[in-house]
Design a protein around this ligand. Sequence first.
Ligand code: HEC
Length: 217
Amino acid sequence: MNRKYQIALSVAAVALLTACAAPMPSSADLDKLTQDILGRSFRAQGQAKLDRLSPDEDNRLCAESDRTGVALDAKVSAEIEARNMKTIKAPADGKYLGDFKEGEKIAQSGAGKTWTDAEGSVNGGNCYNCHQISKTELSYGTLGPSLYNYGKMRGVTNPNSAESKPIVEYTWGKIQNARAYNACSNMPRFAHKGILTEVQIKHVMALLLDPASPVNK
Ligand code: HEC
């Protein structure tokens, strides 16, 4: 090995050792740094406002658990679920189901909540992004369980009957606010976060529960 090369190698080794000896930034330091970078580059536009940068308490707790790999304490999970359960409202007119054809359009649409969505424009539910629903739609995500035959598999032959009441109410609640049943659910909280209106949720309910819907054929 020639001398010049030897010196260069020693310098590199010393630099490496010094870098390794420097204290690692703490997780709180890294969080702050990330928050600063986001704060500098994110702007409020269309439906995406600066509140995106400050997650609510439930999202913060679940993100922290994801990041650290430490599961939430059972008591904390139960508190998140109870807090979210309180946000669920039964439909004002007592009718849970709308039109399944409209529901299919809402499930297909991923519109909403971005910089290019004007305030007050109609959002979609983006359900196919995570769920299989109708058999005729071949493109769907698998983050959530398949919802094909959702009502049929649960024995819903008449959604207005007393026997169907528990499943109808559960499905309504789940779509309104999924964290009420599963503290760190990955499913968007459609009513709680103002993504879908009550009428839109009724249409999606019909897609899943109406015996005439293609989902239940
Ligand atoms: C970002 C992914 C995502 C989107 C978008 C999404 N879901 Fe989900 N959904 C999930 C996941 C994950 C689960 C299972 C875990 C859980 O229960 O929270 C789930 C569970 C469900 C369940 C409960 C199923 C059962 O057997 O109990 C229903 C009903 C449901 N979703 C309906 C919908 C509808 C309707 C839409 C659109 C308006 C939708 N989801 C959009 C991820 C999603």
